[in-house]
Design a protein around this ligand. Structure first.
Ligand SMILES: C[S@@+](CC[C@H](N)C(=O)[O-])C[C@H]1O[C@@H](n2cnc3c(N)ncnc32)[C@H](O)[C@@H]1O
Length: 189
């Protein structure tokens, strides 16, 4: 066989192996750490509408618990003027978010960090899609740190004390989770 054929076969095998390894890493991370559901396309369409309605001139957007970057990359695509930040405490998810950002050429800031250590003093918009038990302490942090008038959108889970100015049901009831894929819109007092 021609040496060129060997080179092509080797390259294809290498690419295939890389994909298999990446797939296994994602699956293992998802299995072990869970809470890995990305925001749906449908909910993101509503999220874009909410931002356009309430904060079209915002400068800084944060996704707290950004996972593999689904929301941060979409928001950067829709609002190129925004500075978009994503933090997640999973190094694997941040690695994939950075890889996707590089491949798509989207300039977003991503960091492996606990959301409770993320400085939100310059945030105009905060988005979260987090498990229910994180919402009471997160509400306290946002109350203490966010500036007045900041827009906060939570997906599925909501805050115990803050009252939403709007509630958008983006999905028909398909799971037992209360308010699954419902967006709660808050304006910080
Ligand atoms: C349901 S996923 C949402 C991902 C993304 N925001 C989206 O909507 O597509 C929740 C993410 O929050 C992250 N997370 C949960 N608790 C966290 C914490 N205390 N600090 C940072 N990230 C956290 C999880 O690792 C997970 O990736």
């Amino acid at each position: 066989m021609n040496i060129l054929v060997y080179i092509v076969l080797f390259a294809l095998l290498f690419i295939f192996s890389v994909f298999v390894v990446l797939f296994l890493v994602v699956s293992l991370d998802s299995l072990l750490r869970r809470h890995d559901l990305p925001t749906s396309r449908r909910a993101m369409r509503h999220l874009v509408k909410i931002i356009s309605q309430y904060k079209p001139e915002a400068a800084n957007f944060y996704d707290l618990g950004c996972g593999r970057g689904t929301v941060v990359l979409h928001i950067k695509g829709e609002f190129p003027h925004l500075k978009v930040y994503g933090t997640d405490n999973s190094a694997v998810r941040i690695f994939f978010a950075k890889l996707k950002a590089m491949l798509l050429g989207r300039r977003v800031k991503l960091a492996k960090q606990d959301i409770f250590k993320t400085n939100l003093r310059d945030a105009d918009i905060v988005y979260t899609y987090l498990w229910y038990d994180l919402m009471p302490p997160l509400e306290k942090k946002l109350q203490a740190e966010l500036r007045k008038g900041a827009l906060v959108i939570t997906n599925t889970s909501n805050f115990p004390n803050w009252k939403p100015v709007k509630k958008v049901i983006t999905c028909p009831k398909v799971t037992k989770l209360p308010d699954f894929e419902t967006l709660f819109v808050y304006i910080k007092n």
